[in-house]
Design a protein around this ligand. Sequence first.
Ligand SMILES: O=C(O)CCC(=O)C(=O)O
Length: 277
Amino acid sequence: MKYYFVQYQSVREAEKTCEILLLMTAVSSPTPVNPDNDLRCWTLLKRKQLEVVHTSLFPRRSIQTQSIFSQLEHQVRYQPAHLARVRVFGRWHPLPRQQAGYGDCGVSYTYSSVTLPAEPWIPILAELRDMVEKVSGVRYNFVIVNRYATGDHFVGQHRDSDPALDPTAPIASLSFGATRDLRFKYCGAVCTTDEESENTTAVNVALEDGMLLLMKPPTNEFWYHSIPIRKKCKEVRISLTFRRLKKTCLSHAGISGDVGSDCGKEGASDCGVLTTS
Ligand SMILES: O=C(O)CCC(=O)C(=O)O
């Protein structure tokens, strides 16, 4: 993958450069902001054992993102309510969002005792996967589509930790619609120095319409991630999280860990107690 981190004199200067790139994008074409991956504006977030980069794959609130959002709303088939549930510490709970899985033939994704088999790729998802692959340099074979109807919908803090998940491939998250926070919380060894504890305090990234975020290794090993409840949010958000699973047949991936649980332990990933705005 190629990154260009440019040192700007001011935020305004950086914004101006990004604006020029945005203007270069034909509004009607479903191509990313910068198809050749040159001079892409990436923002880097780095903490102890955390490396996350994000960029605008599409201009925010643009004709492009609105068209993609509408196609997703019309074409994605979410799990029926009786299947959309998770088992947490032995008890079943309704999934606090809608969810669908698409991917290569034979791939399925299992978390909290639920298996999400891959439906065959539909054109809009295959097209977005190809764009994400082009800018990330990673081949993905599975995507989870999460639909958060309002800010009451959420994902509890968890790590994606099943061995079938290729640990060398970043998890790619592409967002459309409402802005929601992605919250990272450190779950590694207890910190001793002030510098270390600053480096491991929880951090939020606002995931905006059209934004692509890459959660690079070893982040998923040492940090929980979640989409906390945001009571004030009344709009729909749809996220596509692309993953690479090691096997394309009979593979599965899991989500483990929750508030108060140790890293790597099977735990309550979707019913955790979460902060609200
Ligand atoms: O909606 C998102 O961006 C995050 C979803 C998530 O945490 C997951 O699929 O593991």
